[in-house]
Design a binder for this molecule. Structure first.
Ligand code: ATP
Ligand code: MG
Length: 449
């Protein structure tokens, strides 16, 4: 449980981008607030808050598609630990009564909105709520983690929220940017979290032919020869849990691996329908699914993009990888000159930029802010170049980097990413929450400020 005084993760939502920018800047300068999510619609807000670790929401009372009251109702199940605050231009007594009786904590008047005052109020409410939870936890004791089926409230989460299923895909058509490295270590880091150790985590290799996952997890070719996703061709959709288990290989920390075929003739048989069937089945058995993407837009990747809750656009600091991502983002973005283009915003909205320094720094490296502005999606993580990655891959240890050196800069960045995706490390990560640096939100990170 987060302690009183620790960082408050805040989501801001408004269709008015200018107001949101101003509020973001003001609230980010509050020493206990970190803006981690922003949204232009109620739907996006609900989706992001439910899948990320957010303590409070500050939203325009009347979004084009939803009011704050509707957001409270929608989040009551998916994220009951999140407190909702609203702002409005037309603050009437009637509105205030409706809002508060529905559970909105406070409604601020937009024309004289003060980020400092609102920030203090939000932090005070969140801290009071944390105090209440910690008293409740002391009174009722703790529930052992992992004692129930998927979705059952576990350990300290029982008072705040249930664990939500996440499906993460690493993507870039460019090779060598760190897709496999991040996928493998992210899956292991989530499983290493005390909150997720009792949950089932699956790592899926959709880089058919490349098959990096098995290599990176130190699994030998004999194991993957007999057990890989090609074997799922003959499986019926109502396959039993035991049969699913038999087609997977045990990996680091007990994560289960759906390996890619090494045989190229088999790799070519992994169609959209097969990939879709595999993911549908796995979603019945796993809380967390991490998919290692291929350096192409092949059939399994199309399917993974639809199933994903988070598409991590992985860029290194080189121009080619960044331009490639900008092209992918453009592919899913609306084009004003081409109104017949199908609406792909459901995919676009799940895309987050990860800057991964996969190579040792050079003078030609692009700056983080330039990468973010070219790609045009929110920066969710920055992962340093770290020799631990190569040591884990090439050394004699048979471990992945986050296991080999959990305190390395690389491991801390991966844990932070896993917290932003599914709240795996809500109590803070050494070296991050301990330092009281002024917090930086998505917008300032995006703009490199
Ligand atoms: N943060 C990092 N620090 C140091 N080395 C890294 C880091 N990230 C990745 N690497 C190294 O960079 C190389 C490429 O990474 P990786 O194989 O994960 O890329 P990829 O995007 O999956 O490539 P492909 O598309 O070819 O499968 C590997 O040798 C890996 O060990
Ligand atoms: Mg790879």
């Amino acid at each position: 449980m987060k302690t009183e005084g620790s960082t408050v993760h805040l989501a801001i939502a408004d269709h008015d981008m200018e107001w949101m920018m101003q509020a973001l800047q003001g609230l980010n300068s509050h020493k206990q607030i970190k803006v981690t999510v922003f949204a232009n619609t109620g739907r996006d807000l609900v989706e992001r808050v439910a899948s990320m670790d957010v303590d409070a929401v500050l939203m325009e009372y009347s979004m084009p598609d939803m009011t704050a009251v509707e957001v409270v109702k929608k989040l009551a199940e998916d994220s009951p630990g999140t407190l909702i605050f609203a702002v409005t231009n037309s603050l009437t007594e009637q509105l205030l009564r409706t809002a508060k009786s529905a559970g909105v904590k406070e409604v601020f008047f937009k024309p004289n909105f003060s980020p400092a005052e609102a920030g203090n109020r939000i932090v005070a409410e969140v801290d009071a709520f944390r105090r209440e939870l910690s008293l409740a936890a002391q009174k009722h004791g703790r529930i052992e983690k992992g004692t129930g089926p998927i979705g059952v409230k576990i350990q300290k989460e029982y008072v705040t929220r249930t664990l939500k299923q996440v499906v993460v895909l690493t993507h870039n058509i460019k090779g060598g940017v760190g897709k496999s490295t991040i996928a493998v270590n992210l899956a292991a880091a989530i499983k290493m979290s005390p909150y997720y150790s009792g949950q089932r985590v699956c790592l899926v290799d959709f880089d058919c032919g490349g098959a990096n996952v098995a290599t990176y997890c130190h699994i030998n070719d004999n194991a993957t020869y007999n057990r890989n996703i090609y074997n799922w061709l003959s499986v019926s959709p109502d396959v039993s849990a035991r049969e699913v288990e038999e087609m997977l290989i045990k990996g680091p920390q007990g994560i289960m691996i759906a390996a890619a075929p090494i045989n190229l003739a088999h790799a070519e048989k992994i169609s959209y329908d097969l990939a879709d069937k595999i993911l549908k089945i796995l979603k019945n058995y796993f809380t967390v699914i991490v998919i290692d993407g291929a350096p192409n837009l092949s059939a399994p990747i199309d399917s993974a993009m639809l199933h994903a809750t988070h598409i991590l656009l992985v860029a290194n600091a080189e121009g080619q990888s960044v331009r490639q991502l900008a092209k992918t983002v453009a592919l899913f973005s609306p084009e004003p000159d081409f109104p017949e283009k199908p609406d792909m915003s459901h995919i676009l909205n799940k895309m987050f930029l990860v800057v991964n320094y996969a190579q040792a720094p050079t003078e030609y490296d692009l700056k983080k802010a330039d990468i973010a502005s070219v790609v045009g999606r929110p920066l969710i993580a920055e992962i340093p170049y770290d020799k631990t990655v190569r040591k884990a891959l090439h050394g004699p240890y048979e471990k992945v980097a986050v296991e080999l050196d959990p305190g390395s800069d690389f491991s801390l960045a991966i844990k932070k990413l896993s917290n932003d995706i599914c709240g795996a490390y809500p109590d803070g990560i050494r070296g991050e929450d301990d330092e009281k640096k002024p917090s930086k939100g998505l917008f300032s990170r995006l703009l490199g400020r």
